[in-house]
Design a protein around this ligand. Structure first.
Ligand code: MLT
Length: 199
């Protein structure tokens, strides 16, 4: 997968996944806001939609290609195992952080495997309603969303949150009053949440 690794000074590694049309550079400032000392492994999706980078295909806005999502999720998880060895970081201390399309890939990973001790999903959707989730005991998840998001309605955020909680995840949910855009107030909420793990 297309990626860049930035060495930090702690054992934690943020794994960054941008939204549709983004690049691996987009979320670096956000990660640094959350914790300036962590390593950063930042990815660029190589699925192109009219020239826009994504992490998996979709049929239309909000209509995910579930077959491709499964394939790309498996590829993502395998990549992280390899990257941990190559970059010399602890796989168990990887914290994925994604926005929109990137958050959906992380959500898809959580729906299939208890793959991360902590993860941050900014403006995610329900990845795949056909899946039965594994036990997510010990998984800590931060979700933020917009109350008036036309791409991801509040009902969908509530469904995602309660499905993850039912599987045993400890989910913190934060709303801002707007739409699909990232706002400073959710970054601040995420920073407080991250600090509760990393100090
Ligand atoms: C997706 O395709 O992952 C969602 O529609 C979010 C987006 O990228 O717009």
């Amino acid at each position: 997968m297309i990626h860049q690794f930035i060495q930090g000074t702690t054992e934690t590694t943020f794994v960054l996944l941008h939204g549709t049309g983004g690049t691996e550079q987009d979320l670096i400032p956000l990660a640094k806001e959350l914790n300036a000392d962590a390593n950063i492994l930042t990815l660029r999706g190589d699925v192109l939609e009219n020239g826009m980078s994504r992490f998996f295909r979709r049929h239309a806005e909000g209509v995910l290609d579930l077959e491709d999502l499964k394939k790309q999720t498996e590829r993502f998880l395998a990549f992280l195992d390899e990257a941990a060895v190559k970059c010399g970081v602890d796989r168990d201390k990887m914290i994925p952080l994604g926005y929109s399309n990137g958050a959906n890939l992380i959500g898809s990973a959580l729906y299939r495997q208890n793959a991360f001790n902590a993860s941050l999903l900014f403006h995610p959707m329900v990845p795949d309603r056909s899946l039965t989730l594994p036990s997510l005991s010990g998984a800590n998840v931060f979700i933020s969303a917009g109350e008036r998001d036309p791409i991801c309605p509040k009902t969908e955020t509530e469904e995602l949150t309660s499905t993850l909680r039912t599987a045993g995840a400890d989910v913190e949910l934060f709303y801002h009053g707007g739409g699909h855009e990232l706002r400073m107030e959710e970054v601040e909420a995420a920073r407080t949440w991250v600090a509760s793990f990393l100090g």
